[in-house]
Write a protein that binds this ligand. Structure first.
Ligand SMILES: [Zn+2]
Ligand SMILES: [Zn+2]
Length: 1186
């Protein structure tokens, strides 16, 4: 993959320099340069002699390494020692020398030596500290060892002209340094030798040195032993993963030495390199060697005294070798591969800033780096690296806003700040790398595509179709119903559902194609639903384009299954699952959103291209703008590209005028309709346009009331107050309160999620100064040949470049403005309550109400509702719902409320409707109210309808498919309380007397065609039915009375057994007897002879009949029921008749009204004790109600 460096056959001639003379103010950084009169370029040498400085050289072998960023300059790698053009300098004379043994004595008893003249030291170099830049000073430490003993003394080199010595020193070589004085460091009071301006570095040469023998009494071994043995340990293989599973949390890192080749640059900003494809080298804890020049893949490095950390982070695949300030990193050979130079950022390196600010250990640092890497990868294409990462003290960047709270939580009180002098000089080594623990990442923020992928996976994890149904119900279902019940399900995931916890990050977008809100990163987009905790709809248009962080959310995975299970018995056989699909979206509250990077207003963004520089300078506020490196300039250019590419709004149009002025118009939304295909006859000049527009296209419309006149602003930023509201009160009402119908099509569809009834919004026409811009676009919805009527509002097609800005809600206006407004609108009571809508006195066909979804079921579409209007809507990807399906939402006023309203929505509308989940509170607007044949009130979702989510379901909802999710026992009522207008009662309970069983019917039916199924075969012959599967079904009608009234109860399946008082075994036996007969039905009780004739010899029928006649069947029971909304009329007696009632021994005669029809939900036997208790309760309630 990586090609070798091309050989350069050019001979380079130049001076070696340290850059001092180039620019006097420039900080001398210890770098070497090659220069001539045309320029200067940094260079790297493996070997350097001091006398080479400022000499003219011929460089016979060298490579030029360009930067990854092509526009920036690279550097030279000098492969072979340069050849001097002039004669070398003269050798110095012999010098008196103090060897380190005596020097250490001098250091320890420094009081007496303070006034001594300059010293000369000679010794072997045992350690060379890295070049440090602290407070605009550059310096380094070195350690010299006495030749005979192990005593080492530290020397501080800080003269700018001596920084080059750093290149000269080689470990194990002997040196002489002159002109040293003694000093102690301010902070740590460590005594050190310090070079002076006159100090010289000389190679140690026995002939030139006259020893100054001092008494060598103290040769104690008390000193730090950083001996030569380390070199012998080099390149010994690492024991990888040997002690991985340590029970104790903190581990001690080993100090080792290592020689290896750089094989990959993992992250140069974070100082992470891969050596020999197996260990990670971390250089973050010391300044990066020569700004990472030379550290290219293929280079050989020697590491001395580095810390070995095994598995510091669970998710990090490598063992880490990390250099601290007492480690040495030496470049041994240059790379021969042609890999470019990636320079570390000179300033604003967030990784390192945070490392030092929080004094992070290796595990947290690696975690931080991985978070930052993904963060950059995901969002730098939208905002540019610079805007994401750069942070001033007062104005932290997006990445910092994201990371700092996480680090604060993880490292709340990192002990003391790092003491670098102590780390270098102390005899007992102390650094942040010594102790560590294996960190499992506490949270993650992966890409959105990964989030979706994991969520989908989780939604199918351990999924089986039988979970979605209770087996009691499922065993009686025909194939069609069974598969329909499986077709659509969902599961919700929260941050805690993921391990580690998942933080959602994304740029808020709005799609004009799907008219939905999206979270976006580089990898993907995820639709999202945002609500306010106070129930007001989400309308923050200013948030578009902002980078959001959400930690409290629900990821909803809608599961779609295409199955062909013949019956419930086959549910375990997954061959019948033909197709699986999911669609994922996320919902959260606006209050849980943290804005990491606020978008500039859309309009400001448009204007920026004109005078960007002045805006930027205002933002930065300081002089930094003129110190821009070419690199930063490039980033800016990229920024702009990214912005304009993503920008969905203003392009072209009036923007060519270059003006910043804009026109705005305030309005109140009085009605909003849903998305549908509409066919508008727009007044078009050209035939082409006419043709285009007469096609049906997705659109929505809203009725609005203009407030005040259009206003002219010199700059969008100045738009602010609601001054228009003040002028609405007085005169000229015709103009002021004009109503209009706004048409949203094409790109303006993006305002759909933001536009809500009762909101005050403003249209802003950017780059425009024409106050009549709105008037010019009006057209009448009726053709011009008709006389226009004032009642018919004018239509206004919303232009793509217009910007919508939400101002406030009508309910938030101060009182004086509000009264003016309500006079204007005169429509406060548009939202009804569910009981109001249900009541028979309700008039009106379009209704709006608010309610909580209790249940969401898929059912076959009502035959009379043809989904023709929506047939052309683009098919939603990811759904497998067929068009003839519709969804029934059972909605109650509040959770636990017994009154429910059913809403039917055909599948084709569902693609725009997210968040319709059990537990969610929804505002339904403009539903069509309907009355069924049975006089039940229900609603259907039509093209003009729309929904908005008032509150999200609580996250602790029971799994929706589990039948155990129902509320506790329903309330106890009397039959006389049941009034027909309470038809939508969800569930109630009575204590009653079962007075007689009217009919019982047991059947086996074909699961495919619902014909009678007899002896394992479907009885349908014309055409023959291939079905092999039959399903048992049972029904019974019984009469009950509770002393206040009488009711007819329809029981199904297992409830029939309960009513007949049969045990499970008995019931099984009876049902299996029906298998050979197909069906057995009996009629009993009052209405004899109205049903079919029974065959007297049938044993099962005889058994059932005798069971029904038995006096044991008449007993008290506790019955949970709902009202039968499709009651049978056949069994209804004439209204108002006299009937006998029994209560113990006493018999009553009472006049009763029509019977209620109930649907049995549960039958419970009542013991004597319970009966007594319940009766006493009933009595107390009756007396209290009398
Ligand atoms: Zn260390
Ligand atoms: Zn059949």
């Amino acid at each position: 993959m990586q090609s070798t460096l091309p050989r350069t056959y050019l001979i380079l001639v130049g001076y070696l320099a340290d850059g001092r003379q180039e620019n006097k103010e420039k900080l001398v950084d210890g770098c070497l340069y090659v220069k001539d009169n045309t320029g200067i370029i940094p260079c790297e040498l493996l070997h350097f002699e001091l006398e080479w400085l400022e000499s003219l050289f011929v460089f016979p072998s060298w490579s030029y390494i360009p930067q990854t960023d092509q526009s920036a300059a690279g550097y030279l790698e000098i492969l072979v020692d340069p050849v001097p053009v002039n004669a070398p300098k003269e050798v110095l004379h012999s010098i008196p020398v103090t060897s380190p043994v005596s020097a250490e004595l001098l250091l320890t008893s420094r009081i007496t030596c303070k006034k001594r003249s300059k010293l000369t030291l000679a010794g072997e170099l045992t350690r060379l500290g890295p070049l440090l830049h602290v407070h605009h000073k550059t310096f380094f430490f070195l350690f010299l060892k006495c030749f005979a003993s192990a005593v080492c003394v530290p020397v501080l080199v800080q003269q700018p002209s001596q920084l080059l010595w750093h290149h000269v020193f080689q470990l194990g070589h002997r040196y002489t340094i002159t002109g040293l004085s003694m000093s102690s460091l301010k902070k740590s009071r460590q005594p050190v030798f310090v070079t002076s301006a006159s100090s010289c570095l000389l190679p140690y040469c026995v002939e030139q040195v006259r020893e100054q023998p001092l008494d060598s009494a103290s040769q104690g071994e008390s000193t730090q032993s950083s001996s030569l043995e380390t070199a012998e340990r080099l390149s010994c293989p690492l024991q990888m993963g040997a002690e991985e599973e340590q029970p104790r949390p903190t581990k001690e890192s080993k100090i080792i030495s290592y020689v290896g080749f750089v094989t990959k640059i993992l992250n140069v900003q974070a100082g992470l390199f891969l050596l020999d494809n197996q260990v990670c080298l971390c250089l973050a804890y010391q300044p990066l060697l020569n700004s990472a020049r030379g550290l290219r893949p293929g280079a050989c490095v020697e590491l001395i005294d580095v810390h070995l950390l095994q598995k510091p982070l669970v998710s990090f695949p490598f063992t880490v070798l990390s250099a601290c300030l007492s480690s040495m990193v030496v470049l041994k050979s240059f790379s021969r591969l042609s890999t470019p130079y990636q320079p570390p950022a000179s300033s604003g390196n967030l990784c390192l800033q945070l490392l030092f600010r929080f004094n992070l250990g290796m595990p947290l640092y690696l975690w931080l780096v991985s978070l930052l890497e993904t963060f950059e990868e995901r969002f730098s294409c939208f905002f540019g690296h610079r805007r994401l990462l750069s942070s001033t003290h007062r104005n932290p960047g997006a990445a910092e806003k994201f990371l700092v709270p996480l680090l604060q939580a993880m490292a709340p009180d990192r002990e003391e700040a790092r003491d670098i002098y102590n780390e270098i000089l102390s005899k007992i080594h102390r650094c942040p790398l010594q102790k560590y623990f294996t960190l499992s990442p506490p949270c993650q923020a992966p890409s959105l595509s990964a989030v979706c992928h994991v969520a989908e996976q989780k939604s199918w994890e351990g999924f089986s179709p039988s979970q979605l149904l209770s087996s009691l119900e499922a065993q009686h279902m025909g194939s069609q119903e069974l598969n329909r019940r499986l077709a659509w399900s969902y599961c919700t995931l929260s941050a805690e559902s993921f391990q580690p916890q998942l933080i959602l990050l994304g740029v808020l977008r709005v799609s004009s194609r799907s008219s939905s809100l999206l979270l976006q990163d580089k990898s993907s987009t995820v639709p999202c639903v945002i609500s306010h905790k106070d129930g007001s709809p989400f309308a923050q248009t200013a948030l578009i384009g902002s980078l959001l962080q959400v930690e409290n959310y629900q990821i909803v995975v809608e599961r779609f299954l295409k199955t062909d299970f013949p019956s419930w018995e086959h549910l375990e056989n997954l061959e019948h699952v033909r197709k699986k699909k999911t669609s994922v979206y996320v919902q959260f509250y606006f209050e849980d959103v943290q804005v990491l990077h606020a978008a500039d207003g859309q309009i400001q963004k448009d204007l920026r291209s004109g005078n960007s520089s002045c805006l930027r300078r205002k933002k930065d506020g300081s002089t930094t703008s003129d110190l821009e490196t070419p690199e930063e300039k490039m980033l800016k250019l990229k920024d702009h590209k990214a912005d304009s590419g993503r920008d969905e709004s203003c392009q072209g149009g009036q923007s060519s005028t270059g003006t910043t002025s804009c026109v705005s118009h305030l309005f109140l939304v009085t009605q909003k309709e849903g998305l549908m295909l509409r066919n508008y006859q727009l007044p078009a000049e050209e035939n082409e346009a006419q043709e285009l527009l007469s096609k049906k296209q997705s659109s929505f419309q809203a009725t609005v009331l203009w407030l005040g006149r259009p206003q002219l602003w010199s700059h969008p930023r100045e738009i602010g107050n609601l001054s228009e509201l003040e002028e609405t009160g007085d005169g000229e009402e015709g103009v002021m309160q004009q109503e209009a119908l706004l048409l949203f099509m094409g790109k303006s569809l993006r305002w759909f999620p933001f536009l809500h009834v009762d909101g005050l919004y403003r249209f802003i026409v950017p780059c425009c100064s024409d106050l009549e811009v709105f008037d010019k676009l009006y057209f009448s919805p009726v053709p011009a040949t008709f006389p226009s009527r004032p009642s018919c509002p004018l239509c206004l097609p919303v232009q793509d470049i217009w910007h919508l800005q939400h101002e406030t809600w009508i309910s938030c206006l101060p009182e004086h403005q509000l009264t003016a407004m309500s006079v204007l609108t005169g429509m406060d009571q548009r939202i009804a309550s569910i009981p109001e809508v249900l009541s028979s006195s309700f008039t009106g066909s379009l209704v709006s109400f608010c309610g909580e979804i209790v249940e969401r079921t898929l059912c076959a579409s009502p035959k009379n509702e043809k989904p023709s209007v929506t047939a052309g809507l683009p098919k939603q990807k990811g759904t497998l719902l067929s068009r003839d399906h519709s969804v029934k939402l059972s909605v109650s006023v509040a959770s636990g409320s017994p009154v429910i309203m059913d809403i039917y929505i055909t599948a084709t509308y569902l693609q725009h409707l997210r968040g319709l989940l059990p537990g969610a509170k929804i505002l339904f607007q403009n539903l069509e109210r309907k009355i069924s044949r049975f006089h039940n009130v229900y609603c259907i979702y039509i093209a003009a309808s729309c929904v908005s989510i008032v509150s999200l379901p609580a996250s602790h909802l029971p799994f929706p498919s589990s039948p155990a999710g129902k509320a506790s026992s329903p309330s106890l009522v009397f039959l006389s309380n049941l009034r027909p207008q309470l038809k939508n009662l969800a569930q109630a309970r009575i204590l009653c007397h079962l007075s007689c069983v009217l009919t019982v019917c047991l059947q086996w039916i074909c699961s495919l065609c619902s014909c009678i199924f007899k002896e394992g075969r479907c009885t349908r012959h014309n055409p023959p039915c291939p079905s092999q599967t039959g399903v048992r079904q049972a029904s019974a009608r019984v009469l009950v009375e509770d002393g206040t009234g009488e009711a007819l109860v329809l029981c199904r399946n297992e409830h029939v057994a309960a009513v007949l008082g049969l045990s499970l075994l008995e019931w099984e036996a009876v049902q299996s007897c029906v298998w050979s007969r197909g069906s057995v039905c009996i009629q009993h009780g009052e209405a004899p002879g109205t049903g079919c004739l029974e065959e007297p010899e049938d044993l099962v029928a005889c058994y059932l009949r005798s069971l029904c006649r038995s006096p044991l069947i008449c007993r008290p029971i506790l019955l949970d029921f709902s009202l039968d909304r499709k009651p049978s009329k056949i069994l209804q007696p004439a209204p108002l008749q006299l009937r006998n009632f029994h209560c113990g021994e006493v018999e009553f005669v009472s006049q009763v009204g029509p019977r209620s029809s109930l649907l049995c939900l549960k039958v419970e036997e009542v013991g004597q004790d319970a009966l007594h208790y319940l009766n006493s309760q009933r009595k107390s309630r009756t007396s209290s109600s009398c």
